[in-house]
Write a protein that binds this ligand. Structure first.
Ligand code: PLP
Length: 361
């Protein structure tokens, strides 16, 4: 028996594929290396022969894939002498920025849309000691303000317009290729700013160009109907959806994502809030996997496209679950219409509750 070397984080693992030097101080929290879980019950319910996997990005240190990009962005910010980072965020970027800034010993400023951020994400940004600035506007307004402020203030932007973010995020594709021993046929993701779909494509193409793998996946991006600029073919001014992580009307990686769609022969599609929540519930109840609403859209989409035959029988499909379900406890509890019953602290009362649940199922 041999002991494996300790996993410290994705920069260390993919050092030769990332823009770091031997003496770069790496700011990491053990991000990446997330599980690729094969779904058992959902494919059976669909009645189709497909190989469906979820990439459980909610198991990153702060609970979303943003950590992959943030370890790179903060490492480079520190290397370049920056004392502070700034971002606009629907929640997960701010949680991640706050944690990595704390780790690095620098300041983080985060702009969030008032009242539209999930409780777990807000708690993270606050507890890590970032300066949380709530604006009376949406993500897109915040993004514009961040770009303007960064022109004069001594702060480094760590939104996905920071090129190091996408460099870090491309490593998710490397992990999938290594684990599957080749490319999946289809890769399904939620699309907000479209940085992540662009980063994945970059990763897939990099291993392809270096001859590590012979094939490339078809990239499929899903948006919430109320925030679906890629479906409308233009920017959307007042985006609305329960999936707050993708409540974005002016995607920052607009051109990149269209290039991904064309190069990979992929497509975009949209889902209502109701469909998104139904997919979230299905994953929790049928597979034991809890992701936040925005993440569930990748599975909602894969299920629909498998059922319609757009994704053919026999295909190998990976869905990225971008963030953990615990990020947004309010939406989760709101979905559980049965609620919680309260009984007397007596054996009889507990037995009755169990028996009626068994009888009722
Ligand atoms: C950031 C985020 C997205 C959207 O990713 P983009 O790169 O902006 O397209 C989706 N889901 C979750 C949970 C996120 O945090």
């Amino acid at each position: 028996m041999t002991l494996r070397a300790r996993y410290t984080g994705l920069i260390d693992r993919y050092r030769d594929r990332l823009p770091v030097h031997d003496d770069t101080r790496i700011i990491c929290l053990g991000e990446g290396n997330t599980p690729l879980v094969r779904l058992n019950n959902i494919p059976r319910l669909l009645g189709r022969e497909v190989d469906m996997y979820i990439k459980y990005e909610g198991l990153n240190p702060t609970g979303s894939f943003k950590d992959r990009g943030m370890t790179m962005a903060v490492t480079k910010a520190v290397e370049e002498g920056s004392q502070a980072i700034i971002c606009a965020s629907t929640g997960n970027t701010s949680a991640s920025a706050a944690a990595y800034a704390a780790r690095a010993g620098i300041k983080a400023f985060v702009l969030i849309p008032e009242g539209k951020i999930a409780m777990g994400k807000l708690a993270q940004a606050m507890i890590h000691g970032s300066t949380v600035i709530q604006i009376q506007g949406n993500f897109d307004d915040g993004m514009e303000l961040v770009k303007q402020v960064a022109e004069t203030a001594p702060v480094t932007i760590v939104n996905s317009i920071n090129p190091y973010r996408l460099q870090g995020q491309k490593t998710a594709a490397f992990e999938i290729l290594e684990e599957l021993g080749g490319a999946p046929d289809y890769h399904c993701l939620p699309v907000g700013n479209a940085g992540n779909i662009s980063a994945h494509w970059m990763g897939y193409k990099e291993y392809h160009e270096h001859g590590v793998v012979n094939d490339l996946p078809v990239m499929v991006g899903y948006q919430a109907s109320g925030a679906a600029p890629f479906l409308r073919g233009e920017m959307v001014d007042n985006p609305e959806t329960v999936a707050t992580a993708i409540r974005i009307g002016h995607p920052q990686s607009w051109d990149k994502a269209w290039a991904v769609q064309k190069e990979s022969s992929g497509w975009f599609d949209e889902f209502s809030d109701q469909e998104i929540l139904a997919a979230q519930k299905m994953l929790t109840e049928k597979e034991g996997i809890f992701c936040e609403p925005a993440s569930a859209i990748s599975v909602a989409g894969a299920m629909r496209d498998i059922q319609s035959g757009k994704i053919p029988a026999g295909a190998k499909v990976v869905c990225t679950l971008t963030g953990h379900g615990l990020k947004d406890p309010d939406t989760a509890i709101g979905q559980c219409t049965a609620g919680v019953q309260t009984v007397q602290a007596s054996l009889g009362a507990v037995e009755d509750a169990i028996m009626s649940a068994i009888g009722g199922s």
